[in-house]
Design a protein around this ligand. Structure first.
Ligand code: HEC
Ligand code: HEC
Length: 264
């Protein structure tokens, strides 16, 4: 019994890896390469498509205003940063550390804000999320394509993060004893607490979630999934969350970025 369980896990692991190694056309899950919006109720989809009442767009406007005052001095063209939206998280080694880490878009924005203010805001602060929504809206239409480091040491560390992400994606957790893949590959389209499970691609973040009454980043969404299966929730910005984000982003490679989105 145990052995069979192990075997299934290995199978799922290999499938997840094929999804990572293959590209759009030849992954085993190519029939479900749909973004989260494809699984919204018609009410939410209407809200999302209405440029006057879509709450996520308010955040984009706020982000644009913040941009002009806080960012334009160093980055004259916001559009030049849109490529970071589809390429992050990236590997980076801070000067004061022996090892590198993965930095996602909100980490980068928070760290850039601190260049002028000296204090680093929380990644779920209104300021960071507005700027994230603004950059995300500028990246609409770009293809997801993660940046891989080229230097050997960086490459090895990056690969270790990616392996960790793949491992986490396929490992059962929580009181529900479920892995990410069991829901996001195995139960796509199935209803769970009034939501339809999507394949969990990263093409539409940050999201305005009605149940949060605010915008939230990928980091927060992933923690919500840990909570959903009643597992212990990683701390905000935990390296495991960044490893998962890298894994998911690579799994979404080749898909079109759609900007910030609405969720239930
Ligand atoms: C004082 C100059 C400065 C200011 C002000 C600044 N940045 Fe940056 N930004 C940088 C530098 C330098 C980098 C290169 C990466 C690094 O060193 O962190 C960067 C990198 C970035 C990147 C990643 C670009 C890429 O292609 O990888 C993003 C996104 C970004 N900044 C967003 C912002 C936002 C949003 C603001 C406004 C809150 C801002 N920056 C303000 C200097 C600045
Ligand atoms: C019990 C099933 C279940 C498990 C297990 C689960 N999730 Fe989710 N997840 C959901 C539901 C439901 C949603 C909200 C609807 C949707 O967009 O898929 C969601 C949303 C997401 C989204 C956002 C998709 C979007 O476009 O808004 C991502 C990314 C995600 N999950 C990743 C993960 C990861 C990574 C794990 C493992 C740590 C995980 N999920 C585990 C059910 C699950």
């Amino acid at each position: 019994m145990h052995y069979i369980n192990r075997l299934t896990q290995v199978g799922v692991f290999i499938i997840a890896w094929l999804a990572v190694l293959g590209h759009a056309q030849n992954t085993p899950n190519s029939h479900v390469r749909q973004s989260g919006s494809a699984f919204l109720s018609s009410d939410l989809l209407n809200l999302q498509n209405d440029e006057f009442t879509n709450p996520a767009l308010l955040w984009v406007d706020r982000g644009e205003a913040l941009w002009l005052n806080n960012c334009a001095q160093c980055h004259p063209k916001a559009l030049a940063l849109a490529s970071a939206v589809v390429a992050y998280p990236i590997w980076r080694k801070p000067l004061d550390r022996a090892n590198g880490k993965l930095v996602n878009l909100e980490d980068q924005i928070a760290s850039c804000i601190s260049r002028n203010t000296r204090t680093q805001p929380n990644i779920e602060s209104n300021e960071v999320l507005s700027l994230s929504a603004y950059l995300s809206s500028l990246a609409k239409g770009l293809k997801v394509r993660v940046t891989q480091p080229s230097e050997t040491f960086a490459k090895q560390e990056w690969q270790a993060f990616l392996d960790r992400g793949a491992y986490l994606y396929t490992t059962r957790i929580g009181r529900m004893n479920l892995s990410c893949t069991q829901c996001h590959d195995g139960k796509v389209g199935v209803a769970l607490r009034a939501e339809l499970i999507s394949p969990g691609f990263l093409t539409e973040f940050p999201i305005y979630r009605q149940s949060w009454q605010t915008l939230g980043s990928t980091d927060r969404r992933l923690r919500a999934c840990y909570s959903g299966v009643q597992a212990s929730i990683p701390a905000q910005a935990h390296p495991d969350l960044r490893s998962l984000e890298l894994f998911l982003k690579i799994r979404s490679e080749g898909m079109t970025w759609e900007g910030p989105s609405i969720r239930r």
